[in-house]
Design a protein around this ligand. Structure first.
Ligand SMILES: O=C(O)C1=C[C@@H](OP(=O)(O)O)[C@@H](O)[C@H](O)C1
Ligand SMILES: C=C(OP(=O)(O)O)C(=O)O
Length: 451
């Protein structure tokens, strides 16, 4: 085993005889926070978000929107938003420089918003961001008449010079613009266009052309958040949407907890045979993370709701006693759960197959390759399939678990390390993308009680 380096975190192991019950309050949803921030920044008045996530991805979104003219003040989970002044737009030769980090929501959503507001802007991000699919955003910008300089790469970095709109969004004489894009590599391409369609004179008609769209609940989430801001989105089968023009109506919102980030804590209950409760689980939600209620029983866990609490009770004895079953799951609607699902499957007693997640090759890292490499490094047997993963033999020993700047790889390593000795999670701080303070929460969970 390689010796741990700075930033590496020896994952705490749970002893077979230790039992604990924990109640873990997870911070606000990344996907909802960044949609609400964007719509509030472009709304017709000031508004407030409560329970908003405070992480690298939300900070990047706020900084990007601030450079467009919005103002934010944060007090814990409460964010007060002063919108971008009306008339923001062309400023001579000035071009904004916007850092998208590794945040899919920032790199996909903000370029179209800046263009709709007539603001010339250049976009770049982390090294890993330059490998993420962006061509459909660039394509959409060009279809809207923008000049995009991407040096022919179809990826970040690129610069956008919008075509000035000759009407405001409420000019009823304008007809809707049509944009056709292939969103089979990420649902975020559709969400990006939907979120800005209302600012175009006459609105937008959006058509998806291509294979199946992954993570569809996230598109539903976009339509739902737009509806909360008074923007009308109409979906038409098989894959088209119309967004009516208008300015989002400012209002206060409460952000749901991040159900995807609840995953590693729930997985801890499953693999160790203990119990974890997540308070404030929404009774109705568009978050893909709600699918934990369907997924975890497949592994042999019990899932209960008690008012707004969601409790997961792992099978007695957990993975060490061979009580966690292998699974065969289609995760196409909730691909961001896959690294956590793979971590449970990597310590299960039977083989697993995860399907419908080929597009994870374009997430924070190539997640399929990363998961296979790390599971095999720890003595398990895993392989990639065209659309997912097959895990045929569980991990057998510890080693450094590499994370590839991917927050969900880091939390996957933590889950495996609960029941496999000597797992060291490399660069655990990468969790700050969506879950700062992860190690403190994890260690507190293992002591039981309220986190
Ligand atoms: O719109 C969003 O907030 C997201 C959509 C999904 O992207 P993909 O469709 O690329 O999977 C999801 O995986 C990502 O974590 C967040
Ligand atoms: C895919 C993810 O993020 P992003 O919003 O950067 O696409 C994720 O959080 O799992």
């Amino acid at each position: 085993m390689t010796l741990p380096a700075t930033g590496d975190w020896p994952a705490p192991q749970v002893f077979p005889t230790t039992s604990w019950n924990a109640r873990v309050r997870v911070p606000g949803s990344k996907s909802l926070t960044n949609r609400y921030l964007l719509l509030a920044a472009a709304a017709d008045g000031p508004s407030t978000l409560r329970g908003a996530l405070d992480s690298r991805d939300s900070a990047l979104m706020m900084t990007a929107l601030e450079s467009l003219g919005a103002k934010f003040s944060r007090d814990g989970g409460t964010v007060r938003v002063t919108p971008i002044p009306v008339g923001t737009g062309t400023r001579g030769d000035e071009i904004l420089h916007i850092d998208t980090g590794l945040a899919g929501t920032v790199m996909r959503f903000v370029p179209l918003l800046a263009a709709a507001l007539n603001v010339p802007a250049a976009f770049d991000g982390d090294e890993g961001a330059r490998r993420r699919p962006m061509a459909p955003v660039i394509d959409a910008l060009r279809q809207l008449g923008c000049e995009v300089d991407d040096a022919g790469t179809g990826t970040l970095p690129f610069a956008v010079r919008p075509r000035p709109a000759d009407h405001g969004p409420e000019d009823s004489s304008a007809s809707p613009r049509t944009v056709r894009i292939d969103a089979s590599a990420s649902s975020q391409f559709l969400s990006a266009a939907l979120l800005t369609g209302c600012f175009l004179p006459g609105g937008l008609r959006l058509e998806h052309v291509g294979d199946e769209v992954p993570s569809l609940p996230h598109v539903e989430m976009t339509a739902q958040t737009l509806a909360e801001y008074g923007i009308d989105v109409r979906a038409e089968a098989p894959a088209a949407w119309t967004v009516l023009p208008g300015v989002p109506h400012a209002h206060d919102v409460a952000v749901e907890p991040d159900l995807s980030n609840a995953g590693p804590f729930l997985a801890a209950a499953v693999v160790t045979g203990n119990s974890v409760v997540i308070p404030d689980w929404p009774s109705k939600t568009t978050q893909g993370g709600d699918q934990w209620r369907r997924i975890l029983p497949e592994f042999g866990a019990r899932v209960r709701t008690d008012g707004s609490d969601l409790a997961v009770i792992g099978p007695e004895g957990g993975a060490r006693e061979g009580r966690v079953r292998g699974v065969d799951l289609d995760l196409s609607e909730c691909g961001e759960l896959a690294p956590t699902v793979a971590a449970i499957a990597a310590v299960a007693s039977g083989p697993s197959r995860l399907r419908g997640i080929g597009h994870l090759r374009g997430h924070e890292t190539d997640r399929l390759k990363a998961l296979v490499t790390e599971i095999n490094r720890l003595g398990g047997e895993a392989e990639e399939t065209t659309d997912g993963l097959r895990i045929t033999s569980p991990v057998r020993h510890g080693d450094v678990f590499r994370t590839y700047e991917d927050h969900r790889m880091a939390t996957a390593g933590a889950v495996i390390g609960l029941v496999v000795p000597d797992v060291v999670v490399q660069n655990v701080e990468t969790t700050s993308k969506t879950l700062p303070g992860f190690t403190g929460m994890w260690e507190a969970m293992l002591r039981g009680g309220d986190v």
